[in-house]
Write a protein that binds this ligand. Structure first.
Ligand code: NAD
Length: 287
């Protein structure tokens, strides 16, 4: 399929740093071409210093919108005209839409994760889940799960800076949704075993399992994994972390973070174009 750039071609962009490794341009441009949408998606090296100007260019250049990644997701909140409920509760923006100069900040990371569960035919609505990690990825997933109707979320984090920072935030998310959310110390093995025992899903939302921690796992006792537990990882490099491998060997349904990556992009694409991303065409190029 050929994509001809014309005087009418619209621009969408990614503002982040580092950026050259990103697969988002491949995902979005493949989708634009497949649907014959006259638009291109480019990656621009932007840090927090340059973010305000970059965001103003969305208005000035009448861009379709933008994606944001590290280190811009939190600061961008200040520059939005409006925020989606998820972006407001998370306190971070990864997608910006532009309606005649009015910029709305969304966060599609959690939407992406929740949609990825359909790929392994897992439904956690009305159920309990346990998440290891309390950083950016975890917060986005916690908020979306709570908004979607997950009944209870137990969050396990080691006692580092994230632990203290997330405590108030989790209370705020819980107060603003119908979801009960509690925070626990990751070193409390007994509590973890109890909560995983009551959960339909166990998720690793830390970087433990990818380089330079690729031989490590976020939990040590895998006897708590049962065949009817879904076990997911936000990591997609490697495709199967040691955590997922151990869970799979105990009969659990597992899923890596590739689906979250793909579907957060699909949700952004759908907000920009009003059209569904052709997943069957886009998925093979990132697998
Ligand atoms: P972050 O820095 O905001 O949070 C890191 C979290 O990991 C914190 O909760 C921290 O306490 C915990 N942690 C760090 N080292 C640990 C260790 N040794 N043991 C236990 N816990 C530890 O990072 P983030 O942006 O939330 O990213 C986390 C992971 O999610 C990364 O691997 C990132 O690549 C991945 N991610 C994936 C997607 C996707 O689309 N699949 C999207 C965003 C992030």
């Amino acid at each position: 399929m050929e994509n001809k750039i014309t005087g009418h071609t619209k621009l969408a962009a990614l503002f982040a740093t580092p950026i050259r490794h990103s697969v988002s341009p491949m995902i979005q441009n493949t989708a634009f071409q497949a649907l014959g949408i006259d638009a291109v998606y480019l990656a621009f090296e932007v840090d927090t210093q340059g973010l305000e100007k970059a965001i103003n260019s969305i208005r000035n250049l009448e861009m379709i919108g933008a994606n944001l990644s590290m280190p811009n997701k939190i600061l961008a909140v200040e520059y939005m005209d409006e925020l989606s409920e998820a972006a407001r509760l998370i306190g971070a923006v990864n997608t910006i839409t532009n309606e005649q100069g009015k910029l709305t900040g969304h966060n599609t990371d959690g939407i992406g994760f929740m949609r990825s569960l359909q790929d392994i035919e897992v439904d956690i609505i009305g159920k309990k889940m346990t998440i290891i990690g309390a950083g950016g990825a975890a917060t986005a997933i916690i908020v979306q799960a709570a908004l979607d109707g997950v009944k209870e979320i137990t969050v396990y984090n080691r006692k580092d800076d994230f632990y203290d920072k997330i405590m108030e935030k989790l209370a705020y998310i819980s107060e603003n949704t119908q979801c009960m959310i509690t925070l626990h110390d990751l070193s409390d093995d007994q509590a973890l075993a109890r909560d995983v025992g009551e959960s339909a899903l166990l998720l690793n939302a830390t970087g433990v399992g990818m380089k330079p921690l690729e031989t490590q796992t976020p939990i040590q006792d895998f006897s708590i994994i049962r065949p009817d537990l879904a076990v997911c990882d936000v990591i997609y490099t490697p495709r199967e972390t040691e955590f997922l491998k151990q869970a799979r060997l105990r009969g659990a349904k597992t899923n890596n973070g590739l689906g979250m990556l793909l579907y957060q992009g699909a949700a952004a694409f759908e907000k920009w174009t009003g059209q569904e991303m052709p997943i069957e065409i886009v998925k093979p190029i990132i697998e």
